[in-house]
Design a protein around this ligand. Structure first.
Ligand code: R5P
Length: 317
């Protein structure tokens, strides 16, 4: 039987419908018709409202807050598509929640990032498309192909337009230093690193030490995500204490706890630049926060996966 994989279908969960719409605008196709809601007993229900038999289906759903609801909805959407005889199902997860729980670094703790990968695979996904995983090794948690894109070119191209002179890129902790080095290379700037030690499991962090030459320079901190803002705000304070003239922030995922936008507004940052891998509603925006869209990046990647073209070329934009 011939597959009709030449027909591309993109559906959205409730995680980020605006991003799905923007991706479909890029692809010049309508968003697929579906519904996903909860019954009074809190059970999630999904229905695909059009024929997807043998189609090439992409389901866009960041597993951001409400994380468990969004994850469960994604799993049920995959199941619905599998049972509707989709030809191929790609889970498009712009932000991979639970990615921070990626190793057994204390006794008797889970590796939830791996568990979620198993769930997505068991549900019936054939491939995953994601952006800036907390650690690249999470790709290996899946036994299906994973395409990991990066928002780095989008963030750095924006920073370039600001023409900041004498810039130093700062990794806010040692774990992010390799990716911060890539940012520094893209911006033709030197790299400094902040040594940070996390205190317990309660989202608080402590900044200890700036490693590198930052005095008299403008600094750009880089991290993969901002949750409470504690990590980057402490980094900004440490950098000002170390003699930087001004400090900017860029991070891929604006996970933003309730208090994060106000904390960022009061911080020493000139500007905080993030991507829209996670929705940033108007009540979480303020004059310091700039949100750049990954819609065309995702749209182009979906188009290339659909056509069987290289996705790697997208890293050179
Ligand atoms: C941690 O390993 C991550 O890379 C981020 O630094 C962290 O998620 C940021 O969290 P917060 O904004 O709460 O400090």
């Amino acid at each position: 039987m011939d597959l009709v994989l030449d027909e591309l279908k993109v559906f959205s969960g409730n995680g980020h419908p605006e991003l799905t719409q923007a991706v479909c605008d890029y692809l010049d196709i309508p968003v697929g018709q579906s519904e996903a809601f909860k019954f009074a007993n809190d059970n999630t229900f999904v229905r695909i409202l059009e024929n997807i038999r043998q189609r090439d289906v992409f389901l866009i759903q960041p597993t951001c807050a409400p994380t468990n609801d969004n994850l469960m909805e994604l799993l049920i959407m995959i199941d619905a598509c599998k049972r509707a005889s989709a030809g191929r199902i790609t889970a498009v997860i712009p932000y991979y929640g639970y990615g921070r729980t990626d190793k057994k670094d204390q006794p008797r703790v889970p590796i939830t990032g791996r568990l979620v990968a198993d769930l997505i695979t068991a549900a019936g996904a054939d491939r995953v498309l994601t952006i800036d995983l907390h650690a690249g090794q999470i790709q290996g948690f899946f036994n299906i192909p994973v395409d990991e894109l990066t928002a780095m070119p989008i963030l750095t191209n924006y920073i370039k337009t600001k023409e900041i002179s004498d810039l130093v890129v700062v990794a806010v902790d040692i774990g992010i230093s390799k990716r911060a080095r890539d940012v520094a290379e893209r911006l033709n700037a030197p790299l400094a690193i902040i040594e940070k030690r996390r205190l317990g499991n309660n989202d608080r962090s402590e900044t200890l030490n700036v490693i590198g030459d930052v005095e008299g320079k403008a600094a750009l901190t880089f991290d993969d995500e901002i949750l409470t803002g504690g990590t980057v705000i402490h980094a900004a304070d440490a950098l000002i204490d170390a003699g930087v003239t001004e400090v900017y922030c860029c991070a891929t995922h604006p996970v933003f706890s309730v208090e994060a936008p106000a904390r960022l507004a009061k911080s020493k940052f000139q500007e905080v630049v993030v991507a829209d891998t996670v929705p940033v509603p108007s009540n979480k925006r303020n004059g310091k926060i700039t949100v750049l869209s990954v819609a065309s990046l995702l749209g182009e990647a979906i188009y290339r996966i659909h056509k069987g073209n290289s996705v790697g070329e997208l890293f050179n934009i």
